[in-house]
Design a protein. Sequence first.
Length: 118
Amino acid sequence: VQLQAFGGGLVQAGGSLRLSCAASGRTFSSYRMSWFRQAPGKEREFVADIRWSEGSTSYADSVKGRFTISADRAKNTVFLQMNSLKPEDTAVYYCAAKWVFRKEPDYWGQGTLVTVSS
């Protein structure tokens, strides 16, 4: 299984970025696809996830109303649209896949760095 995250970069506060996560190696119909992030010196934290089969989503309170997770099942890709970015959103962002009945992700992708300047 491979999860490849890309789309990070440097953006000014108030700007937008879209992250992509290309998934391959198995079918993900019974999985939730997630984004996590880890800021310098902090623990990794949950950002958002989406149930692959039917599209239900959940978000961390800190990103609700600003970030949107979506999936293109034909392309096996999950997106994270990030709007109204704040300096505190600066982190390495990771995509992950978790079987719906498991608590922790089964698969992780490499991270992509998002830097928001003030």
